[in-house]
Design a protein around this ligand. Structure first.
Ligand SMILES: [Zn+2]
Length: 132
């Protein structure tokens, strides 16, 4: 089958466009992979089992402020937190390296705006920024 002379030229333009897009796409993909690894850890059977074990042994109580109920009477919302963060070399599944900290959902129900966990995360971030 004879090919038209113009067909090769038609392909050249889309390929050039793809090449110029590549550097913009790569950093975005890297960010998604980091987030996915974190999610995988907190969804792992081992972590969920530790969370249940700690809740059963210590009860529904914030280990930061001792709160069990919110002011409106609803049970306190707790997050299991690494005392020494994993990125600082803290043990992943050691009950001695975890604590239950209270948290409060933001106005839209998604963000975390208050509670001991939020305070701890903020002070860790501050410490990291100051390089201590
Ligand atoms: Zn608390």
């Amino acid at each position: 089958m004879a090919r038209k002379a113009g067909s090769a030229t038609q392909w050249r333009i889309p390929l050039m466009k793809l090449r110029t897009l590549a550097p913009k796409v790569r950093p975005m993909r890297a960010k998604v992979e980091v987030k996915k690894q974190t999610d995988d850890f907190y969804r792992s059977a081992e972590w969920i089992a530790l969370r249940k074990q700690v809740r059963a042994e210590r009860g529904r109580i914030c280990e930061g402020c001792g709160k069990t109920y919110e002011d409106d009477g609803s049970p306190v919302d707790l997050i299991l937190d690494h005392i020494i963060e994993r990125r600082d070399g803290g043990a992943d599944f050691d009950p001695r390296n975890v604590q239950q900290l209270c948290t409060r959902a933001g106005g839209n129900g998604r963000g975390r705006i208050g509670g001991c966990h939020n305070r701890k995360t903020a002070s860790e971030k501050q410490r990291r920024l100051q390089g201590r």
